[in-house]
Design a protein around this ligand. Structure first.
Ligand SMILES: *[C@@H]1O[C@H](CO)[C@@H](O)[C@H](O)[C@H]1NC(C)=O
Ligand SMILES: *[C@@H]1O[C@H](CO)[C@@H](O)[C@H](O)[C@H]1NC(C)=O
Length: 296
């Protein structure tokens, strides 16, 4: 299996260059643990999509899934099943051309597009196939024709060109691929730059020992400070700061617990102070003095 993933791609990506890339792999079925066909999608080098012939379903990262409708992803799943059939047919043809009837063989395809943030004109695309780890056939986007790198790819080139697949993929790489890339990157930028204010509540608990909880939730991004004050002075003792936890919707929650007797609570004014990048100034919540108040 050394041949798998021998096609490596060296993309020197600067901060403002974005890339959308797809990798397809077909492996002789039945001889290895690999599924007969797998596809992955990478945005700026990070995987956001996975498909395999094992369950024929498309798995999309949530943040990307949100950019399109359910209908769109259903159609994409159908398209991917179609791509699987076409790709495994090409694999069968290639094996025949190489007179490979036994053993483990692979066909890989790497295609995608790139663009720079500050340049709407210059984009780059590529579509390359490798058989058993060696270049096999590739799309020349200048001429819009397939280049048979190996003589065994000539028949495939002619078949594809008679069906117009060269024009179809050129259009995809120069059009839809760039549109998707823009859509996905602008969305993830908005997602990463967003700021959401925490909701803060302070409440007392009496078991097993008296304590006050300051709970912040629903905030983004993750960094948030919770501190305690007693009559305006910082309190560091008997404080238990809990880990920041993720919420279902991508926001976070965090709590800090202060161990303090009801007598002290009556005597002094305790406050919980929350700092977060979404807040213009720190948020201050006073601990209720009433001994039996459980939640505010
Ligand atoms: C595409 O074809 C043109 C014209 O034949 C050639 O100059 C160019 O090098 C080819 N590009 C690639 C990537 O092979
Ligand atoms: C949390 O406190 C540290 C230390 O005082 C400070 O550098 C940081 O900016 C604070 N974080 C937030 C989100 O306010």
């Amino acid at each position: 299996m050394e041949n798998i993933l021998l096609i490596t791609c060296f993309l020197y990506v600067s901060a403002d260059t974005h890339t959308l890339q797809y990798l397809y792999t077909a492996v002789t079925p039945g001889l290895t643990d690999f599924p007969e066909f797998t596809a992955v999608g990478l945005l700026d080098g990070e995987q956001f999509m996975f498909y395999s012939s094992n369950n024929r379903s498309l798995i999309i990262k949530d943040s990307i899934k949100k950019t399109n409708s359910e209908t769109y992803w259903r159609r994409e799943t159908e398209d991917m099943r179609g791509n699987q059939d076409i790709f495994t047919n090409t694999f069968t043809t290639a094996m025949k051309e190489f007179h490979h009837r036994t053993g483990v063989h692979t066909l890989q395809r790497m295609f995608g597009c790139e663009r720079d943030d500050d340049d709407d004109v210059t984009t780059r695309g590529y579509d390359q196939y490798g058989y058993d780890g060696e270049d096999f056939i590739s799309l020349n986007l200048t001429t819009g024709t397939w280049t048979a790198v190996k003589p065994q790819a000539v028949t495939i080139k002619h078949t594809w060109e008679s069906k117009g697949s060269n024009k179809y993929w050129k259009n995809f790489l120069e059009g839809d691929c760039i549109d998707l890339l823009k859509k996905y990157t602008s969305y993830s930028r908005d997602t990463l730059n967003r700021k959401v204010r925490p909701e803060v509540s302070v409440f007392q608990k009496h078991s097993p020992s008296p304590e006050v909880v300051c709970h912040a939730t629903g905030f983004f991004p993750k960094p948030l400070n919770i501190t305690w004050q007693k009559d305006g002075e910082d309190v560091h003792e008997d404080v238990e700061l809990r880990e920041t936890l993720p919420n279902q919707d991508g926001s976070f929650q965090k709590r800090s617990i202060l161990k303090v007797s009801s007598t002290k609570l009556q005597k002094y004014t305790y406050t919980c102070v929350v700092q977060h990048s979404s807040l213009e100034k720190e948020l201050v919540r006073e601990v209720p003095k009433g001994p039996n108040k459980l939640e505010l």
